[in-house]
Design a protein around this ligand. Structure first.
Ligand code: SF4
Ligand code: SF4
Length: 376
């Protein structure tokens, strides 16, 4: 399988990495067989986290590393925020992974501004990470962030991270456009390697996996980290990643019109609906709706499987409070819409802007617990 250099490190990663999250769904022997199969097929990037199954994923990968360590680039992650805790985490991971060193160590879920303060404090995680580096326990340092490009930008300014892993797919690009617009260029300017996660938007793009892969392959990434829980899917994904041609810019523009998951609901952030005589920043409201629930709930009647999938994935990032807090300071809010109808004919994607503003406002001001079902 083709390999790409990770930023300015000396690591060469296979274009498809194996994410260890789904290994927790498998029996021990089956997981070990799957990891071995991935290596046999030419993959070399194994990624896991201490939190995946409370170490279960690391233990399964460790069984393979016992005999094949030199064939692999090994990455793991920790949510520890203090020096003491992160050093304990690293030792635990090394033990479960049955290795003496971790190639790429991630600060996991670097999603909030508070994490910046915690990890950079005296006795914060970065101090522990530096100690672990000096002791030869880890080689390179990275972070993962799922929902806040603005925090990722700050993180890249805070510390010379060697790499970062962010969600990159043709659906969430409209919910979190900052990844492509700001974070990727900044990471490139700093020489940090970029790993793509959530290429299939947590399975939401399952009907269009080739388009999803082609889209993310078009971005300047070193590796697409994909999970697999059967050898069949693993083999298929590896073959596709190797063979598919990245989407061209023209193809992308067409796909943004045609992609069924975007349909006539997801705002493409083109701004053509503006100006609104009431001064509503329409794209901004929909951007916050995307950050709230990925614009997945559109109040349309759907088949039960599709409904259940959307309902499961819409709060996957747990970002509701963050989006609601920002919306609370947005003036004017969507409520200012007087239904004049000027904006809708201007939207090239046929979005029902007035109806969608009502839905977005309801979401962004709904402070009931997630999962609350309205029955009256
Ligand atoms: S319909 Fe509402 S959002 Fe659209 S232009 Fe008129 S006031 Fe603005
Ligand atoms: S024109 Fe449509 S897609 Fe473009 S920003 Fe406005 S609502 Fe979104």
């Amino acid at each position: 399988m083709n390999r790409r250099k990770l930023g300015q490190t000396d690591l060469e990663l296979s274009l498809m990495g194996l994410g260890g999250f789904h290994l927790v769904e498998l029996l021990f022997e089956d997981a070990v067989r799957l990891v071995n199969r991935y290596l046999d097929l030419g993959g070399n990037y194994l990624e896991t986290a201490e939190s995946y199954g409370h170490g279960d994923s690391e233990r399964k990968i460790g069984e393979v590393l016992k005999t094949r360590r030199r064939e692999c680039v090994v990455a793991t992650k920790s949510r520890s925020r203090t020096a003491k805790e992160v050093l304990q985490s690293i030792d635990g991971s090394l033990r479960r992974l049955q290795t003496n060193w971790i190639d790429l160590f991630f600060i996991h879920e670097f999603n909030r501004y508070e994490v910046l303060d915690e990890v950079s404090a005296s006795d914060g995680a970065l101090e522990g990470i530096e100690k672990a580096k000096k002791a030869g326990k880890i080689r390179y340092v990275a972070f993962s962030n799922h929902v806040t490009p603005e925090v990722a930008e700050k993180a890249l300014e805070l510390y010379p991270f060697d790499a970062l892993m962010i969600p990159l797919n043709y659906f969430d690009r409209f919910n979190f456009p900052g990844w492509e617009e700001r974070v990727i260029p900044l990471a490139q300017s700093k020489g940090a390697g970029i790993l793509a996660m959530k290429v299939f938007a947590d399975g939401f793009l399952w009907r269009n996996t080739e388009a999803a892969l082609r889209y993310t392959l078009s971005l300047p990434v070193s590796c697409l980290v994909l999970g697999a829980n059967t050898e069949e899917y693993l083999q298929k994904d590896m073959m596709l990643v190797e063979q598919l041609i990245p989407m061209s810019e023209e193809e992308k523009e067409r796909w943004f019109f045609d992609a069924p998951e975007l349909g006539q609901y997801v705002c493409r952030q083109c701004g053509k609906c503006l100006p609104c005589p009431q001064g509503i920043d329409i794209p901004r409201v929909f951007l916050l709706e995307g950050q709230y629930d990925r614009q997945m709930k559109d109040d349309l009647v759907r088949d039960p499987a599709e409904y259940a999938l959307r309902d499961r994935l819409r709060f996957w990032f747990g970002n509701q409070d963050y989006a609601q807090k920002i919306y609370a300071s947005l003036v004017p809010s969507a409520l200012a819409c007087n239904q004049c109808g000027e904006c809708e004919p201007r939207c090239p994607y046929g979005l029902p802007i007035m109806r969608k503003l009502t839905i977005a406002h309801e979401k962004l001001t709904d402070h009931r617990p997630p999962g609350y079902t309205r029955i009256f």
